[in-house]
Structure formats: structure tokens, C-alpha cells
Write a protein that binds this ligand. Structure first.
Ligand SMILES: C[S@@+](CC[C@H](N)C(=O)[O-])C[C@H]1O[C@@H](n2cnc3c(N)ncnc32)[C@H](O)[C@@H]1O
Length: 245
């Protein structure tokens, strides 16, 4: 939820009328006070599910923002952790927060790399890559390219992991809330330049899994039991674990 320390409605509007990169540059100082920052309960659940798959040496947080996934990687990786994002503002906020963490708790150092993740500057460099809360910024047609970039950045046997929520039932008010959000963004992007790609309903499990397999990953799904089960017994939230074969 938004708090009094978060952005004002006016600030959010200006951000939403900018490019993605510039929008996040503007939002960066207040980003951790918005609901867009991945909540700790997701980060903790993912950390718990990935721990038995380790130990890992090097880790990459794809679209790191202010460093939500970097915290996960610092728990799981023994050697080096890297956050990559194209917003200089988000990286600056992330660097400030992580410096305090490293000083207080020790653990692996963190590198910050400014790059568009559709052209990652790494080859066979990481044992583990994670990503949180960013896939809505990519059109479905961009997914194969993005997954190929992460695949190349991982060492053989390396893991790319991210949480994926089950689709909402049509009778849920949130289903219609997200549908409405996507509709508004589509109108905005048809009428206004630069575009701000951010859609909630463009990352379905089946399409994502097919694109991962085509990119050269072997895919497993791990239920995140912390989030419970749906009436049909399927999990509300899964961890997608894609291993570079
Ligand atoms: C909603 S934030 C999520 C941040 C963080 N992962 C979290 O969960 O709190 C999305 C982030 O993705 C970044 N981003 C979006 N498209 C990107 C791209 N093509 N290349 C690099 N970063 C990108 C934005 O700059 C922003 O920091």
C-alpha cells in the first residue's frame, strides 16, 4: 500500500507519462514506500525454496530496482552478487541501502551494473539469477530474447528463478482491477510517447514455460506453500526454477 512517505498522485502521474527508465529514475527515492517493491514475504519464501538447491557462488538480480532480489542473493550466494537495472536512480538507491547492509551484516559484496536486460553484458558468469516484479515491463514478443540473455549470462547448470502467481479467478475484484489497469495502460501507450510498458496480465505460466524451454532451460515448478492453495488444490504461487542445460 502507499504510505505518506510514498509518491503523491501528481508524482505518480508524471512518472507514468515518462519512459520506463525515466519514470523509475523519478520514483527511485520513494520506491521502497510503494507497493511496487516486492514484499518481504515473497522474498523470504523464494529464499527458503532456493536454499536446498544451493550452495551458489555468484548471483544476478535481473531488473534489481532498489535491490529486493539482491537481499535474497546475499543470503544464498557465497562469492559475489550483482544487480542489473537500466535506471540510474534505482541503482543509486539500491547502492545506498546495500552498503549499510553489507557493513552491518557482512557477506558477499554487491556490484551494480547499469544495462538494459534485453542486452545483458555477461557470459557464463552466474550460478543463480533471480527476478522480481519486473516482467510486466516486457511485451510477450520480447520474452524469448530476454530469456536468451539470462541463459547466456548463466554458467551451464545455473538456475534462473522467479515467483509466478496463479491467475486470479474472474469473480475476484483484483482480477478486474488488474484488467482495468492494463486497459488504461494500453490506451495511454496508444496515445502518448514515450511508451510505458507495464501490464499485469501478459506473463502466463504456459507461454513463459514454453519460452524458457525454447531458450534452453529445463523447467521445474516449486509450490510456495506459504501462499496457500486454491480450491482446486493448485498453489496460489509457484517458484519457476529454470536450469541452464
Ligand atoms: C517494479 S520494479 C521492480 C524492482 C525490484 N526487482 C523489486 O522487486 O522491488 C521494475 C524494475 O525493472 C527495471 N527495468 C524495466 N525494464 C528494464 C530493462 N529493459 N532493462 C533493465 N531494467 C529494466 C526498472 O528500472 C525497475 O527498476
Amino acid at each position: 500500500m502507499f504510505t505518506s512517505q510514498g509518491p503523491t498522485f501528481r508524482e505518480l502521474t508524471v512518472q507514468a507519462l515518462s519512459s520506463i527508465e525515466q519514470g523509475y529514475d523519478l520514483l527511485a527515492p520513494k520506491f521502497d514506500h510503494t507497493p511496487f517493491r516486492t514484499p518481504d514475504r515473497f522474498l523470504d519464501a523464494v529464499t527458503g525454496a532456493l536454499r536446498p538447491l544451493g550452495p551458489f557462488g555468484t548471483g544476478l538480480d535481473v531488473c534489481c530496482g532498489t535491490g529486493a532480489g539482491v537481499g535474497v542473493l546475499r543470503e544464498l550466494c557465497g562469492e559475489r552478487v550483482t544487480g542489473v537495472d537500466f535506471s540510474a536512480g534505482m541503482l543509486a538507491a539500491a547502492g545506498e541501502a546495500a552498503a549499510g547492509e553489507v557493513a552491518a551484516k557482512g557477506g558477499p559484496a554487491v556490484n551494480w551494473v547499469r544495462a538494459d536486460v534485453r542486452a545483458l553484458p555477461f557470459t557464463a558468469a552466474f550460478d543463480l539469477a533471480v527476478s522480481f516484479g519486473a516482467f510486466g515491463h516486457f511485451l510477450p514478443a520480447e520474452r524469448p530474447g530476454l530469456f536468451a540473455e539470462v541463459h547466456r549470462s548463466l554458467r551451464p547448470g545455473g538456475v534462473f528463478a522467479f515467483p509466478l502467481a496463479a491467475p486470479l479467478p474472474v469473480r475476484s475484484p483484483l482480477y478486474w482491477g488488474l484488467w482495468g489497469f492494463d486497459a488504461v495502460m494500453r490506451v495511454r501507450n496508444a496515445l502518448w510517447r514515450p511508451p510505458f510498458v507495464m501490464y499485469y496480465r501478459t506473463f502466463p505460466l504456459r507461454g513463459v514455460r514454453d519460452d524458457l524451454v525454447r531458450a534452453g532451460f529445463r523447467v521445474e515448478l516449486v509450490p510456495l506453500e506459504e501462499f496457500g492453495r486454491r480450491p482446486d488444490g493448485s498453489p496460489h504461487c509457484r517458484l519457476v526454477v529454470a536450469r541452464r542445460t
